[in-house]
Structures are given as C-alpha cells and as structure tokens.
Design a protein around this ligand. Sequence first.
Ligand code: PA5
Ligand code: NI
Length: 184
Amino acid sequence: MNSDIFMPSQLTWATGALAGGPLIRKTTRLADLPGIFADGEAWKCGNPQKSVYDVDVLGSPVGEGALFVGVTHLRAGNVGDEFFMTRGHFHQRREQGEVYFGLRGCGLLLLQTEAGDARLEQVTAGSVHIIPPFTAHRLINTGNETLSSLAVWPSIAGHDYAALAEGFTLRIFASGEGYEVRHG
Ligand code: PA5
Ligand code: NI
C-alpha cells in the first residue's frame, strides 16, 4: 500500500534552494547586461564575469495551462550608484500574469504598464506580488545580502526583453543607508 507515493521537489524557504528534481540554472553576468545600467562607464569597469543573478527553474511539462516554478537569486551590488537588478521583461503573451514571493533579503519589484506607468512594491521574506497581465517586471536588490524570490508563471508566457530596449521609466540608486528613486 502507498508504494507509489511520489516525493516532490523541495524548496527551502529561508534560502530559496530548490532540490529533488531536474533543475535548470541560468546565470546572468555583468557582461550579459549591456545598456541596462545608467552608468555605462561604471558597467565597463566592472568584472564582466561577475554573477549578478541566477535563476533556477524546475524542469516541468510545458504547454497550455502548465506552470513553471523558479527562484531568482539576485546578488547585492551596484553599478555606479545603481543597485543590481534583473534585466526585466514583458511576457511575450502579454495577457499572462505571474506571482512572485519574497524569500530572503530586501529589494523592490518594479512594475510597468505598456503606457509606461511604473510602480514599486517592497520585496521582503513573505511578501506576495501579483503581477497583472500586460505588465513588465524587474527585481532590484536594495539590500546587502542576496535577494531571493520565488516565481510561478504560465509556461506559455514567454519573455519579451526587446520591448524594453528603452528601459524602464524608474531607476533605483543607493542613497545614504537607503535608496533613491529617479525618473527617466
Ligand atoms: O519569470 C520571471 O519573471 C522570473 O523568473 C525572471 O525571469 C527572473 O527573475 C529573471 O529576470 P529576467 O528574465 O528579466 O532576466
Ligand atoms: Ni515574468
């Protein structure tokens, strides 16, 4: 009896470590982020091999109705005074939303509509972020430890980075012990 009970993958909530299943890791380094940070000279002076963030995605079925689960680990750091952040994207299928959950560290989730209206949500351990359809999203690490965030999204959503070639309308810079939000 019960011999066919399956042990699922495991998430360690405090660290965001995923285990117990096929895992696909993508590392994004400073060299992979040209044109993303405001200070291009500071970006050129940085170590191109520096890992800015890792995304671990559980290998799972793809298709209409299927969901992906992944964890982003965004390192603490700056380019000039601007905090490390993810590239940011719209979904290729714009009508598809996503949910982020803060696991550790502290930062911001930048959300932006196609009309360019932007807003920020505070990301902390336990925060829940519902990313609506038609909304671009980017994580920013404003703290001094790794920011880890769990995401669940439809496998059909896809990533559209090109639509944000002009960048987001808000940028976040270190200021004293905290941060400053600048427009443009
Ligand atoms: O699906 C998501 O929104 C996340 O898993 C992101 O892909 C992840 O945070 C990395 O960001 P980006 O895809 O913008 O490089
Ligand atoms: Ni997304």
